[in-house]
Design a protein around this ligand. Structure first.
Ligand SMILES: [Fe+2]
Ligand SMILES: [Fe+2]
Length: 187
């Protein structure tokens, strides 16, 4: 049985911590693509760490970087939140798959791969690079601690449950972060 327990560091540089999670997402995505892996186990861990990470970024990292570096502005923050909403929508579809050996599951993994890789690339280029260049080591360590505290709190609350992800998607839709038109047309 594969161990998909989620690491819970308590301190670190916020940029490194975020990158570590991004690498973990990629590992778990690879597991979900592998028909011989425990895909349901990988999915459960993926949902928890993905939601905890995104919520912690929105609560503790994006707003503070906005104040600390000129290159992270309103546009970058809002764009990041829109992409988190899209990712949560893709996650909901993935969680709603009953079986993991179905075409529906494969399609949901493929869609997740698409939206997540796009977001990770953009976040690393437009948010983490300015943080690397403009934010001091001390501030990055402080941000790291805040990020981890928020992330832990989310994990303790079972943030990757289908109910919670549904709630996040509903909220995002109300806030206008998700387009009304369903872009996930069949096929
Ligand atoms: Fe991230
Ligand atoms: Fe993000």
């Amino acid at each position: 049985m594969t161990d998909y327990s989620i690491p819970r560091p308590v301190s670190g540089d916020v940029v490194d911590l975020i990158l570590d999670d991004h690498r973990l997402f990629e590992t778990l995505l690879r597991e979900m693509r592998d028909s011989t892996a425990d895909r349901a186990g990988a999915r459960a861990a993926f949902a928890d760490v993905l939601v905890a990470h995104g919520e912690a970024e929105e609560q503790e990292v994006y707003p503070r970087l906005r104040r600390r570096t000129e290159d992270v502005g309103e546009h970058e923050v809002e764009h990041g939140e829109e992409e988190h909403a899209e990712i949560n929508e893709a996650l909901l579809a993935l969680l709603e798959c009953v079986g993991t050996d179905t075409q529906k599951f494969d399609d949901a993994v493929e869609r997740m791969n698409e939206v997540l890789q796009h977001h990770l690339t953009e976040e690393e280029l437009t948010i983490l690079n300015p943080a690397r260049e403009d934010v001091s080591d001390d501030d990055r360590a402080q941000l790291g601690q805040k990020f981890l505290a928020a992330r832990s709190e989310q994990l303790d609350q079972g943030c990757g449950s289908v109910e919670n992800v549904q709630r996040l998607v509903d909220e995002a839709r109300k806030e206008g972060l998700l387009g009304e038109d369903e872009e996930t047309s069949e096929g």
